[in-house]
Unconditional design. Structure first.
Length: 233
């Protein structure tokens, strides 16, 4: 039977899912609480990882080692890098990569970790397709596209930084956990997908837009994830 690990960086991103699950157990490790149970017929472990790449990677490794999850879904919000992605739209990962890794002097591409053998971490195609279908079913009117997530330990709120991420990485959205989750899932051979509802435009207006739109964006993601689980049980 599948066991789905569901990760959100903030409580806002997982609270609706936790409120709807049938809870069987709570386990604590590394400052995180792992909620085990069932949701929409699927066996799940739902967890708030905390913000940033290290928290996200630690969370995935615990899900792999302690819970033996078969799939990972990362839900949350992000800033748009794509002019066709507006606030409230949803980006589903085709792949993910880091925007704050630089070993170019040693002959690696910008964003590539030395000796890893890859820069991009591809999402599972079936999970990405399921996410898009679920979004169309439960979020009518919400525009969803499959694209690239770029991640780093920065909240992007300057136009010039946004333009650099578009130019150098061809990113569609930017946030602080997705690539680390993808990286750790890749190392553990766990199929994953990242789902990001757009909360801001990752430019000089981001600090104003984010608090206004984050709750609605998180609700869109939560509904999508809950619907997906019906296909993964």
């Amino acid at each position: 039977m599948n066991k789905i690990g569901i990760i959100g960086a903030m409580e806002l991103e997982v609270e609706e899912l936790k409120s709807k699950m049938t809870l069987s157990n709570i386990r604590k490790k590394a400052g995180m609480e792992f909620f085990e149970g069932a949701l929409n017929g699927a066996e799940v472990v739902i967890v708030r990882s905390g913000i940033g790449k290290v928290n996200a990677a630690v969370c995935v490794q615990i899900l792999a080692d302690d819970f033996q999850v078969t799939h990972i879904i990362n839900t949350g919000v992000a800033g748009s890098l794509n002019a066709k992605l507006d606030i409230g739209d949803i980006l589903i990962s085709r792949d993910a990569l880091y925007h704050d890794v630089d070993a170019v002097i040693f002959g690696y591409r910008l964003g590539e970790i030395p000796q890893l053998g890859t820069r991009e971490f591809p999402a599972n195609e079936r999970l990405a397709a399921l996410a898009k279908t679920s979004c169309e079913r439960v979020n009518p009117g919400v525009h969803a596209v499959i694209g690239r997530v770029v991640s780093g330990d920065q909240f992007i709120s300057k136009k010039e930084v946004k333009e650099r991420l578009i130019s150098e990485f061809q990113g569609d959205c930017t946030e602080m956990e997705g690539a680390a989750i993808a990286h750790c899932a890749f190392l553990n051979h766990i199929p994953f997908v990242i789902i990001r509802a757009i909360s801001d435009k990752a430019d000089d207006s981001a600090q104003v837009e984010y608090p206004v739109f984050e709750k609605a964006a998180a609700r869109h993601s939560a509904r999508l994830v809950e619907d997906m689980l019906g296909e993964l049980k």
